[in-house]
Design a protein around this ligand. Structure first.
Ligand code: ADP
Ligand code: NI
Length: 234
C-alpha cells in the first residue's frame, strides 16, 4: 500500500491519546492487539491460502480504540481521531474505508456484537478479545473495575446474561461478574482458527483464577462471619 507514513509514526501519534488511561485501554493494549492481529492474519494466510491486507490489519488494530467512548466520553460513534490519522498520511481511500469498517465491527457489544465482514476484521477482533482474557485480561479487568471504583466481588450480585450494548454500558456490577458476563464467553466467539487455539489456554487460566479466587474468598469470609455476624458467604 502506498502511503506517506509508517507504523512507527502512527504509534507515536496514538501514544499521546492513551496517556493517563487507567481503564485497560492503554497503549500496551493497543500494541498487544496489533501484534496478535498480525500473527493471526499471517497464520490464516499460511494455513488457508486466504489473502489478507496486512497494512489494513495493522492500521485498524492500532486505531481500534482511539475513538472508544470509554476514552472520549462520546457516544456518537464517530471515528474522528482514526480518520484524522489516516488522512494525515494519505492512506488510499479504499483502504481507509476498509480500516474504518474493521474498527466499527470489532467491538464487543454483548448480544449486539457482530462477526466482521472481512478476514482483516476477524483477525483484529480475535486479537482484541484475546487481550481481554488470560493473565493479562484478568489484570486489565481489575484495573478497569478499580478505575470505576467497583467492588472486586459481591456474592449477592448475580451476573446478568445476554446483555445488549446499552445494558452493558450501564452495568456497574462487581468485577468478578464480568468474567461470566463477557470474558468466559469470548473463547467460543473467536472467528479464526488461530484465535480460537490461543484462546483455549488463556480461557483455562481464567477459569483457574476464578476458581482460586472464590475458594480464598470463602475461606476468608467463613472466618470473618464468625465475629462480624456477616452472612455474605456464597
Ligand atoms: P472491546 O475491547 O470489545 O471494545 P470493552 O472496551 O468493553 O470491549 O472492554 C475492554 C476491556 O475493559 C475488557 O476486556 C475488560 O478488561 C475491561 N472492562 C470493560 N467493561 C468492564 C466491566 N464492566 N468490568 C470490568 N472490566 C471491564
Ligand atoms: Ni481494544
Amino acid at each position: 500500500m502506498e502511503w506517506t507514513g509508517s507504523i512507527r509514526q502512527v504509534v507515536d501519534d496514538i501514544r499521546v491519546i492513551f496517556e493517563g488511561d487507567a481503564s485497560g485501554h492503554d497503549l500496551d493494549h493497543t500494541l498487544w492487539v496489533t501484534g496478535l492481529a498480525k500473527q493471526i492474519a499471517e497464520q490464516e494466510m499460511k494455513d488457508s491460502g486466504k489473502q489478507l491486507d496486512l497494512d489494513v490489519v495493522m492500521l485498524a488494530a492500532l486505531l481500534h480504540d482511539v475513538d472508544d467512548p470509554k476514552l472520549t466520553g462520546r457516544l456518537d460513534g464517530k471515528l474522528e481521531r482514526a480518520e484524522k490519522i489516516l488522512g494525515r498520511y494519505q492512506v488510499p481511500f479504499k483502504q481507509q474505508a476498509e480500516i474504518l469498517q474493521v474498527i466499527r465491527e470489532v467491538s464487543f457489544k454483548g448480544v449486539d456484537s457482530v462477526t466482521p465482514s472481512t478476514w482483516e476484521g476477524r483477525a483484529v477482533q480475535d486479537a482484541d478479545r484475546l487481550d481481554a482474557i488470560g493473565a493479562i485480561g484478568i489484570a486489565r479487568t481489575f484495573a478497569f473495575g478499580g478505575s470505576r471504583g467497583r467492588r472486586m466481588y459481591d456474592p449477592e450480585e448475580k451476573p446478568f446474561m445476554d446483555m445488549d450494548e446499552q445494558q452493558m454500558r450501564k452495568n456497574t456490577h462487581c468485577t468478578l461478574n464480568h468474567f461470566y458476563e463477557k470474558l468466559f464467553l469470548l473463547k467460543d466467539m473467536m472467528t479464526t482458527v488461530t484465535g480460537h487455539t490461543i484462546a483455549e489456554e488463556r480461557h483455562r487460566r481464567m477459569e483457574q483464577f476464578v476458581h482460586d479466587f472464590l475458594q480464598e474468598w470463602d475461606e476468608s469470609m467463613g472466618q470473618i462471619a464468625q465475629w462480624t455476624g456477616d452472612e455474605r458467604v456464597s
